[in-house]
Design a protein around this ligand. Structure first.
Ligand SMILES: [Zn+2]
Length: 229
């Protein structure tokens, strides 16, 4: 999972992550920032906020069975799809050697402007570039070879919450949506109205399931899936 901020993975894919880990799939979180521009408490130093948000993300990860959580510490609010970020994500891909990478959409969704935070677009773009071609190309970021990291080809790229921008694949999360909500509620510094968030998540999950033709009352998360030969 590659996302810009602590909590992004939980909004977009924690139900799917819980389904994966329940079936024995190992999941790693690679979070581009520490979330140091989050929250609205101006009395808290940004370093304290970063530490708090990392703790919140680790707690949320534990709820859905994930213990490998890595932070790339790019500055929150200033993420760019730079060669440096592409290299940093490629490094994690070569270390972890995943079959599948799930990330945010690099395309702005005009119907969901909050989901299209510039950091999300940049993190998504850098992650897509890291999957193809950087992580698999030995001549991209040659310093990674110097670090002993051999090229790695990711077989599947999933973009979470593709919105209206493409055919989505639905992962049914009826059995895990409660854990998704519990994970989200770990991000206490970001959530002022836990009941409201809970409500919204259930409604959203049901709407996605309904849109995908699943039986009424089921929950789902949507992804755009690209298979890479
Ligand atoms: Zn975010």
């Amino acid at each position: 999972m590659v996302t810009a901020h602590p909590d992004d993975v939980d909004f977009g894919a924690a139900g799917t992550v819980a389904a994966f880990t329940s079936s024995g799939v190992d999941v790693t979180y690679c979070i581009v920032t520490n979330g140091d521009a989050g929250g609205s408490d101006r009395t808290m130093s940004r370093a304290e906020m970063a530490a708090l948000r990392q703790d919140e993300q680790r707690a949320a990860a534990a709820v859905v069975g994930v213990s490998d959580v890595r932070f790339l510490a790019h500055p929150d609010g200033m993420v760019q799809a730079s060669l440096e970020l592409r290299r940093d994500i490629s490094r994690v891909i070569r270390q972890v050697r995943p079959e599948r990478v799930i990330t945010q959409s690099p395309e702005r969704n005009w119907a969901a402007i909050f989901a299209s935070h510039p950091d999300h677009l940049a993190a998504g773009e850098a992650a897509v570039c890291a999957v193809y071609p950087d992580a698999r190309n030995p001549f991209a970021h040659p310093e990674l070879l110097d670090e002993g990291l051999e090229p790695w080809s990711v077989a599947q790229l999933w973009v979470m919450s593709p919105g209206d921008q493409g055919a989505g694949m639905a992962v049914e999360t009826s059995a895990t949506v409660e854990r998704k909500v519990a994970a989200l509620l770990c991000h206490k510094s970001q959530i002022g109205d836990p009941e409201g968030v809970k409500q919204r998540i259930y409604e959203w999950a049901r709407a996605q399931a309904e849109g995908a033709g699943l039986p009424q009352g089921s929950s789902a998360e949507l992804f755009r899936v690209t298979l890479i030969p």
